[in-house]
Design a protein around this ligand. Structure first.
Ligand SMILES: *Cc1c(COP(=O)(O)O)cnc(C)c1O
Length: 485
């Protein structure tokens, strides 16, 4: 299995090279040929532990890694970072099934992939013959930076430097980053907004020679680890008696960049009986409109919502679905060009029909999000975060007549304490840290360990730079032999 660009303008590469390079040179995303995806033998996987399931999925989609090698990497990646060896528990809450993806070191689902990516990247670089250290650069609007720092910390041969907008992240997010531990990590505030930080990072990639890489979600190495938990959830649902082995299972996925839900599609292509993939959006409902009409139109107001990780108008990974379902890179290249120059595109009717046979879409605004949190708490004593609530609301709209639905739960409610507190009818006048305490008192749901005591942890990163000085900053840091204190 080789990886080709979704836009057809770059040579095919190995799975290892696709991980090391991240983005294809023609601007497309490295994706496997749809016909090259093998079918896995489910009966042989049903009783396996999480790492063994992961090994089968990884080596099927990234054939440069043997199953035994993949298993070692998975075990090394998650050891000590997740509380249990079964990484993603399925919770039975009354009528609903929640797939909890947030038990990692930063309490958001991105941990599942970002803990594994460094190990895949390091081994992939070795397979490609590279001996040099890799420097990961990331600009973050909050959550990705912290998850990447935790994933890459203390991984030999790799250093990671995260830029965040000084006044653009929440108090909790800032505390999570500036207290980061690890011998290979740096965190630097940028005097500007997220766009300034992001533009600065792009300029550095353009200006500096090799040795840099990115932890961005366009990397196939970030997508594949997410395929695993669809299998884990399916087997759990069978064990709980919610479905018969072989029966189709639907998944409702709170969606932003379309990475998580695309992983569900790939699980289906590998042979998992995936029913409908329900794409759940907030008020930024560009995907809802697309999946219903075939017209993708980003020319619309941008809403800042209570589920900020889904505030996205350009869903990068949708490009991969278009390629996987059409097999037509010329078509995809044309659509992406049209999106760039005109802000919209529409797909041929036959392709839309194919997409709609696997996906459906619903959206809900902030009022609906809060109502959902309140309702689930009242009815089931299950506490959802704001993103998960959007997924629950979509599952309700989908209805109960279409078979069981697993709702992907993508963050701990403690990451969004203000919205969650008010949604369950409680109140607190203090700052975000006080609200976290209040939420624990009110609900009795334990706060994740990594967020407890965050306010009092020592600050380890105080660097600040102007956007114009970011390149010089990176050059200086890269020249330092070691970042260990
Ligand atoms: C990133 C994120 C999402 C969206 O996932 P995509 O893969 O971008 O679709 C949903 N919920 C949370 C909490 C996230 O951090």
């Amino acid at each position: 299995m080789l990886y080709t660009s979704t836009r057809g303008g770059a040579p095919a590469v190995s799975s290892a090279r696709a991980i090391v390079d991240g983005l294809a040179p023609d601007g497309g995303l490295y994706t496997m040929e749809p016909a090259s995806i093998p079918k896995l033998d489910l009966s042989a996987m049903m009783e396996l532990d999480y790492a063994s399931i992961a090994a089968k999925v990884l080596s099927a989609l990234l054939p440069d890694f043997s199953e035994a090698e993949a298993k070692d990497l998975v075990e090394a990646a998650y050891r000590g970072k997740f509380p249990a060896a079964w990484i993603t528990p399925l919770r039975d809450a009354g009528d609903d099934l929640f797939l909890e993806l947030f038990h990692g070191p930063t309490s958001a689902f991105k941990d599942v992939a970002l803990c594994l990516l460094p190990h895949l990247m390091k081994r992939a670089a070795e397979k490609c013959g590279s001996r040099d250290d890799i420097l990961i650069l990331t600009a973050t609007s909050g959550d990705t930076g912290k998850a990447a720092l935790e994933g890459f910390r203390d991984v030999p041969g790799i250093r990671i430097l995260v830029f965040y907008p000084r006044d653009g992240v929440s108090a909790v997010q800032k505390a999570q980053m500036v207290t980061q531990e690890g011998r290979n990590v740096k965190v630097c505030a940028v005097e500007g907004n997220f766009d300034d930080a992001q533009t600065g990072v792009k300029n550095i990639f353009a200006a500096m020679p090799a040795g840099l890489s990115s932890a961005n979600s366009i990397n196939i190495g970030r997508l594949v680890p997410q395929v695993v938990y669809y299998f884990a959830a399916y087997f759990d649902a069978v064990r709980m008696g919610r479905i018969e082995a072989g029966q189709k299972l639907n998944f409702s996925v709170p969606t932003g960049n379309f990475g998580d839900i695309l992983a569900g599609y790939l699980a289906g292509e590998l042979g998992l009986p995936v029913g409908r993939l329900i794409c759940a959006s907030n008020a930024n409902n560009v995907l809802t409109d697309f999946l219903r009409t075939g017209v993708y139109d980003r020319r619309r107001p941008f809403h800042k919502t209570l589920s900020p990780s889904m505030d996205i108008l350009i869903s990068s990974n949708l490009e991969r679905l278009l390629y996987l379902m059409s097999g037509d890179s010329a078509l995809v290249a044309g659509l992406m060009q049209s999106l760039k120059t005109e802000g919209h595109y529409s797909v041929p009717a036959a392709l839309l029909e194919k997409i709609q046979s696997r996906f459906c879409a619903y959206c809900c605004d902030d009022a609906g999000t809060k109502a959902a949190i309140g309702q689930v708490w009242q009815a089931e004593r299950y506490l959802c975060d704001t993103h998960t609530a959007v997924g629950w609301s979509a599952a309700q709209a989908f209805g109960k007549d279409n078979g069981p639905v697993v709702i992907l739960s993508t963050a701990s409610p403690y990451k969004f304490p203000a919205a969650v507190l008010s949604a369950i009818g409680a109140h607190c006048d203090g700052d975000e840290f006080a609200m976290m305490d209040a939420l624990e008192k009110e609900t009795g749901v334990p706060m994740p360990r990594n967020l407890r005591g965050l306010r009092d942890r020592p600050v380890r990163h105080t660097d600040v730079t102007a956007p114009a000085d970011m390149l010089a900053y990176v050059r200086a840091k890269k020249a330092e032999k070691s970042w260990a204190d």
